[in-house]
Ligand binder design. Structure first.
Ligand SMILES: [Ca+2]
Length: 156
């Protein structure tokens, strides 16, 4: 009986292990970037503050994300946006550093337009001052390779 018990417990562990792996797949695909992350996947979600770190972003934050992905350009599509007008700002740059050309700088409660970089690199920088925090932002991003979304190629 002990052997059967051992086999059963090994089998149970294996099933548990498989379930954990399956749970991790969508999580890694929809990568949730932490402040300061270097992002190199072909698609994902960038939410700030991250799930469980909110509901509002902290004061005096200075946070940036570097995108360096496969493909030829990156599409950034904001899905939520709530940043204190003029005092807290999100900067999107067409390249991988603070010195790269500015695609746009945004604050307030209006969704920024869909942005496309000219290369496979982008730099997002978020700063907040010492008063009034809001809900932050969330964006979907995916990589395009010569006009074709890598995400669609992989998904279908
Ligand atoms: Ca503020």
């Amino acid at each position: 009986m002990k052997i059967i018990g051992d086999i059963m417990s090994q089998r149970y562990c294996l099933i548990l292990f498989m379930k954990v792996i399956l749970l991790m797949i969508p999580a890694s695909r929809n990568s949730i970037a932490e402040c300061g992350d270097h992002i190199n996947k072909d698609s994902g979600i960038l939410k700030y503050p991250a799930v469980g770190r909110g509901p509002q972003y902290p004061s005096y934050i200075d946070c940036s994300w570097v995108f360096e992905t496969p493909g030829t350009s990156i599409v950034l599509k904001f899905t939520s946006f709530s940043i204190e007008s003029d005092h807290d700002l999100v900067y999107i740059r067409d390249g991988k550093s603070k010195m790269s050309p500015l695609l746009g700088q945004y604050s307030g409660d209006t969704l920024p337009p869909i942005l496309t970089t000219s290369t496979n690199k982008a730099f997002i920088h978020f700063t907040s001052d010492g008063t009034v925090s809001k809900d932050g932002f969330s964006l979907d991003w995916f990589t395009v390779d010569n006009g074709i979304s890598l995400d669609i190629v992989i998904s279908y």
